[in-house]
Design a protein. Structure first.
Length: 120
């Protein structure tokens, strides 16, 4: 083999080794960057989960508060309606009594008119 051929082979091998070194270094850097991004993503996911749980807890508490307020309002409305119906029933009962009294008076008036007409 000639010196030129050996020089070319050494140069090709050197370029190959250099390229292999560069490729491996680049892959190592990419792998490290991917690992770091995965850690960041896991941390963000954990933070998001924690925040979501806190928001869910706050929402549940707020919903329970609104439910209690609505229940209290409904109870007050129900009581008001019950009182109004009771008052209405009392007024109807009073009207029945007054009508019965008027019917009694009309019956007495009819009898008095019938007695006068019978006597005349």
């Amino acid at each position: 083999m000639s010196v030129e051929l050996i020089s070319i082979l050494i140069a090709v091998v050197a370029v190959g080794v250099t390229l292999a070194g560069l490729i491996l270094t680049g892959q190592r850097a990419l792998r490290a960057e991917l690992t770091e991004q995965r850690r960041e993503l896991a941390a963000q996911r954990q933070d998001f989960s924690t925040e979501l749980v806190a928001q869910r807890r706050d929402f549940s508490a707020e919903l329970a508060t609104h439910r209690q307020e609505i229940s209290a309002e409904l109870a007050a409305q129900r009581q008001y309606i019950d009182e109004r119906f009771t008052a209405l029933e009392q007024q109807i009962a009073e009207l029945r009594e007054r009508m019965a009294h008027l019917e009694g008076l009309l019956d007495g008036l009819r009898e008095a008119i019938a007695i006068r007409q019978g006597a005349a």
